[in-house]
Design a protein around this ligand. Structure first.
Ligand SMILES: [Zn+2]
Length: 185
């Protein structure tokens, strides 16, 4: 495996993001925006290589994280076929970002002003995959937030439709498990 090489295979992405990306690309195309994927799933080794650029290895800094959603197949980088790989016209990007948002796909550029070509899944990531991303251990403030969420969900558990109660109960359990796991780590 070559850490310098991008994996462009749409099939390497994880659901539900993969299906959303397919719809997104189709809709871009039908709007005259010939977008293609330049990178999909990324290995941990390649992420570490990219992270080293401009830090321990000479080069331009290309990423700001070791915990990219590319690692779990929940992000893509894109470019445009045609005259400009990365159009200078902001309106073109905005059209693409609008289409993405319709499918729950978030532009980090729109959200934080970084990484224009990067789009990622805005929905929830299964707990198992969150572990893979290896989020840092929660600080006290974050633990407090999780406690509050568990408390609210426990209360919600007594109200609403059966479906809502089930959701609240599952979510409270998931959060509790996640928190305990982080405490053990
Ligand atoms: Zn990216």
């Amino acid at each position: 495996m070559d850490v310098k090489k991008q994996n462009r295979d749409i099939e390497s992405l994880s659901e539900p993001f993969k299906s959303k990306v397919k719809l997104f690309l189709e809709e871009c195309k039908s709007n005259g925006l010939d977008v293609f994927i330049t990178e999909a799933l990324r290995s941990k080794e390649r992420q570490e290589y990219l992270y080293s650029l401009g830090r321990t290895v000479p080069g331009r800094v290309v990423t700001w994280t070791l915990k990219s959603k590319h690692l779990v197949g929940h992000a893509i980088d894109i470019a445009f076929r045609g005259q400009e790989l990365y159009p200078s016209d902001e309106r073109i990007w905005n059209k693409v970002f609008d289409i993405g948002e319709k499918h729950g796909i978030v532009s980090l550029y729109r959200k934080y002003g970084v990484e224009k070509a990067h789009l990622e899944w805005g929905g929830t990531i299964p707990v198992k995959e969150v572990e893979l991303i290896n989020y840092p251990i929660m600080d006290d403030k974050q633990k407090q937030l999780v406690d509050n969420a568990i408390y609210s969900l426990k209360n919600m558990h007594n109200y609403g439709t059966p479906k809502m109660r089930q959701f609240a109960s599952d979510m409270a359990n998931t959060l509790r498990a996640l928190k305990e796991e982080k405490e053990d780590a």
